[in-house]
Design a binder for this molecule. Structure first.
Ligand code: SF4
Length: 382
């Protein structure tokens, strides 16, 4: 069940003790030089970091930004990073698709992925000549770990005539076995394009069964999926939507398509993190709730000060492995480098390139809400 309690801004916030200890342990202090480099940044996070905490956080921020310049490094920060990372040290910010495009084009020697491991792999796939680092090897993903390349080979054996689309939330091994990737911004577009190319009415879409069911409701394509799920989004239900409407009359409810279909049926709007952020910016609802990972609300709220956010606290334990402290250590020690065997990388790149070759959409696709949930075939290995 989702945690619907309104946690307020900045969950989880760094404690002064933790941050001060972290800076001191690295020989860093809040001095005039750090103040000069960071004072202008504080207004971006003053909802999340108190003035008392800031002298403990600022030295970490200054040190990271100095090292990035010195080593020609950039940080790609996913929407689910905490605001200290997202706003203060992230050079490029966005969802998986936006970050994948940046990784392919960025002019830097080193990419630090402030996100989870499959995202760092995607950057390495698209930027093989660059050093790609991730600051915690614990930053995995329940969805990515639900399926392997061997599983996809089994699917292809069972359904040799159907194209296999993989959500980007998968390992390089899985991407290498699939025909094309998709994101939550373009999943319906990819499914329809690949069905047309293969002249088929059936497409396999792995590994997120809920994304697949939500896509199936939007298209006439028959979809077969895999029993994977995101451990954050699968917790939401239509009962949560009802409870939010009762507790916050008039609230506009936005849902990510990794949520189960009954959530999209009951929500007011649905789409990728980029689509949700665009909706808030364009529509400026008086009060809104984002049914997705909790840092997303903090990051979108900063850019929309007139919007009142209800913030259910459902954090991704994998995303939260990434901290300012380990980003700094990663830059100092050049760890942990992400590597992929070249034959796997080349095949995975072909799947991503097939997606990137599709016409670029002006905006991420929204999912229609209010549709009845659809039952679709879920692949069973046995
Ligand atoms: S939010 Fe879900 S899909 Fe994203 S990294 Fe966490 S577990 Fe994986």
């Amino acid at each position: 069940m989702a945690r619907l309690i309104d946690s307020g801004p900045g969950c989880p916030t760094p404690t002064p003790l933790r941050a001060a200890t972290a800076a001191e342990a690295r020989g860093l202090a809040y001095n005039d030089d750090v103040k000069a480099k960071t004072d202008h940044l504080y207004p971006m996070v003053n909802d999340f970091i108190t003035p008392m905490e800031w002298p403990a956080v600022a030295p970490l921020v200054a040190a990271i930004n100095d090292l990035k310049a010195e080593k020609n490094a950039v940080i790609l920060a996913h929407n689910y990073m905490t605001p200290d990372i997202f706003r203060l040290v992230g050079d490029f910010r966005g969802d998986s698709l936006q970050l994948a495009r940046e990784a392919a084009n960025v002019d830097a020697d080193i990419i630090i992925q402030a996100g989870v491991h499959f995202m760092a792999e995607t950057s390495k796939i698209l930027a093989p000549s660059k050093t790609v680092l991730i600051s915690s090897l614990e930053a995995g993903c329940s969805l990515a770990s639900s399926i392997t390349g061997a599983d996809v080979r089994l699917i292809k054996e069972r359904y040799p005539d159907y194209p296999v689309v993989t959500y980007v939330n998968t390992t390089a091994d899985v991407k290498a076995e699939c025909h094309i990737t998709c994101t939550s911004s373009n999943a319906a577009q990819v499914v329809e394009a690949v069905a047309k190319e293969w002249d088929t009415d059936t497409v396999v879409l792995v590994p997120d069964q809920y994304l697949a069911k939500n896509v199936a409701a939007q298209t006439n394509i028959r979809i077969i999926t895999w029993p994977g799920a995101c451990e954050v989004h699968e917790l939401f239900s239509s009962d949560d939507v009802d409870a939010l409407r009762e507790a916050h009359p008039g609230v506009v409810i936005l849902a990510h398509p990794e949520c189960p279909p009954d959530v999209l049926e009951a929500a007011d709007f649905a789409g990728s993190t980029a689509a949700l952020a665009n909706y808030v910016k364009d529509e400026s609802p008086a009060k809104v709730v984002l049914l997705t990972e909790c840092s997303m609300s903090d990051n979108v709220a900063t850019e929309n000060p007139g919007v009142d956010f209800v913030r259910p606290c459902n954090l991704c334990p994998h995303m939260k492995q990434i901290t300012l402290e380990n980003i700094l250590d990663c830059l100092i020690e050049m760890k942990h480098e992400v590597t992929i065997e070249e034959p796997v990388r080349v095949r995975a790149q072909a799947a991503i390139d097939a997606m990137l070759a599709l016409p670029k959409m002006a905006n991420p696709l929204a999912f229609e809400t209010g549709l009845k949930p659809m039952e679709i075939e879920v692949f069973s290995p046995s």
